[in-house]
Design a binder for this molecule. Structure first.
Ligand SMILES: Cc1cn([C@H]2C[C@H](O)[C@@H](COP(=O)(O)OP(=O)(O)OP(=O)(O)O)O2)c(=O)[nH]c1=O
Length: 211
């Protein structure tokens, strides 16, 4: 008698609650969440897309070492103004600098996504890597002093790439967006669904109720 194939295990290599919520939105519930702890400083002369993809790949491979038989999903979100990579704002001055740079201008949000698919025994184990880069263009309104102060007071910028979170109050500061909204929040759902489907991950079960 042959044993049925084991259900694949999905590990989300991220500390971002937004990524977990986004996946849940499309019915994907990871079996485990295991963040990688990495130095996210850009390399010298590293361009925003290279940076996003490198970090997503490093997060994925760091976590894959702990889960050799699982599917690993990792991502990195970079906010870029020209060649410049904006920081993940941790301090108020950083967030203010980001907002003043973004005010009235178009910028790019680059998402690097890496999916590691475990190899079968016949393939000799190891993981196969699938990656994608997603770009969304975002234009902020011109921010005056009181709008900037109010946004800073909200504290929502903390730990966010580029010092803002489109899914919160900064939604009111965005004049125009071109491309994937979920990519800005942290993970393009269209891309990730396509990557999982294309690699043979079982589809999400039907939703028990409407959102
Ligand atoms: C631009 C923008 C970023 N962000 C968030 C998404 C990411 O959590 C964060 C970018 O930092 P990341 O390094 O991509 O992610 P993270 O450090 O939160 O988690 P991990 O590295 O463990 O996966 O900024 C928003 O939530 N909304 C936004 O509009």
């Amino acid at each position: 008698m042959t044993t049925p194939p084991k259900a694949p295990r999905l590990v989300l290599a991220s500390a971002s609650p937004r990524r977990l919520d986004l996946l849940r939105q499309i019915g994907i519930v990871p079996d485990a969440v295991d963040p990688a702890d990495l130095d996210e400083t850009p390399l010298r002369d590293e361009l925003p897309p290279q940076h996003a993809l490198r970090l997503a790949a490093e997060k994925a491979s760091c976590v894959a070492a702990r889960h050799p038989d699982s599917w690993i999903l990792a991502a990195d979100t970079v906010v870029a103004c020209g060649r410049r990579i904006l920081p993940k704002a941790e301090r108020e001055e950083e967030a203010r600098r980001c907002l003043s740079l973004l005010s009235g201008r178009r910028h790019r949000v680059i998402g690097g996504i890496v999916l590691l698919v475990p190899g079968t025994e016949q393939e000799g184990g190891g993981h196969r890597r699938i990656d994608r880069l997603v770009r969304t263009d975002v234009t902020f309104k011109v921010l005056d002093r009181s709008e900037t102060d109010a946004y800073i007071a909200s504290g929502e910028w903390q730990g966010k790439a580029g010092g803002y979170a489109i899914q919160g109050r900064a939604g009111a500061l965005v004049r125009w967006i071109g491309g994937s909204y979920s990519n800005v929040v942290g993970l393009s759902l269209h891309e990730v669904a396509g990557m999982l489907h294309g690699a043979g991950f079982p589809p999400a079960p039907p939703s028990p109720s409407a959102p």
